[in-house]
Write a protein that binds this ligand. Structure first.
Ligand SMILES: [Zn+2]
Length: 248
């Protein structure tokens, strides 16, 4: 059984020991890790991890809505430069978050620039979206061919719109705590399902979440969806490879 952790922040673990975190996960079948940067402050660290682990890490570079206050005046140029330097890189973590900031601007403008970059460079876009269902109405036709609503834990109504727009949906452990998990998980078409830890965040307890926990999460999802674990794992693995390649 192979799996790809499609969203992790290896740079954020307390131990700062990405090789050890990955090694433990590799023993459980992990193949690759999409390591998402969140602001210009961690791009260099994600670059370094990518250079040191080229077989394992696919980087993603972007501005997370929580960190929009830290952008420099030439962030767009820098982002385009780093994405061109790493042709395998995805765009993100990007998105919109009303809990962190009730104002639509400047997060809307910063998000749109990242959407355009993903479209121009044919990269997948990683989206963090919290309590912004109405704002998203302006975006459904704007997204690139391949995009993901990551660590999905929102409303079924919004999820149906993501599915209609042909987006991927990625789940972390947080979905298992959602009382509507069965309806949510069954709403996503098999070929659009991805899996992630969002490590070190979103753990099932107070500890940092670890990518070695992914088989457990996949088993839970398979059983809730009423599917065979092995078959689901294989399909999710193929989905992850398409997603990495910028394909829907
Ligand atoms: Zn994240």
């Amino acid at each position: 059984m192979q799996f790809i952790d499609t969203h992790i922040h290896l740079q954020d673990y307390k131990s700062k020991n990405a090789p050890q975190i990955m090694a433990q996960a590799v023993e459980c079948g992990a193949d690759k890790f999409i390591c998402a940067a969140t602001s210009e402050n961690d791009w260099a660290e994600v670059e370094k991890l990518t250079e040191e682990n080229p077989e394992r890490i696919i980087p993603a570079f972007g501005i997370h809505p929580w960190h929009m206050g830290t952008i420099t005046s030439d962030w767009e140029v820098r982002l385009e430069g780093i994405l061109k330097k790493y042709p395998q890189a995805l765009v993100g973590e990007s998105g919109l978050d009303r809990i962190k900031n009730p104002e639509i601007e400047p997060q809307n403008s910063i998000f749109r620039i990242q959407i355009e970059l993903a479209k121009c460079l044919n990269r997948s876009l990683i989206i963090h979206a919290v309590k912004v269902q109405d704002w998203l109405e302006n975006y459904w036709k704007e997204f690139p061919e391949s995009f993901v609503f990551h660590s999905y834990n929102g409303k079924v109504e919004l999820l149906k719109k993501v599915v209609k727009a042909n987006g991927y949906v990625s789940f972390s452990h947080s979905i298992l705590r959602n009382s509507a998990r069965e309806e949510i998980l069954k709403t996503v078409p098999l070929e659009k399902l991805l899996i992630e830890t969002d490590g070190p965040y979103q753990s099932k307890n107070d500890e940092e979440s670890q990518p070695e926990q992914i088989p457990f999460l996949l088993k839970e999802i398979a059983s809730i969806r009423g599917e065979e674990y092995q078959k689901l794992s294989e399909i999710v693995y193929q989905n992850s490879k398409r997603f990495i390649n910028g394909k829907s």
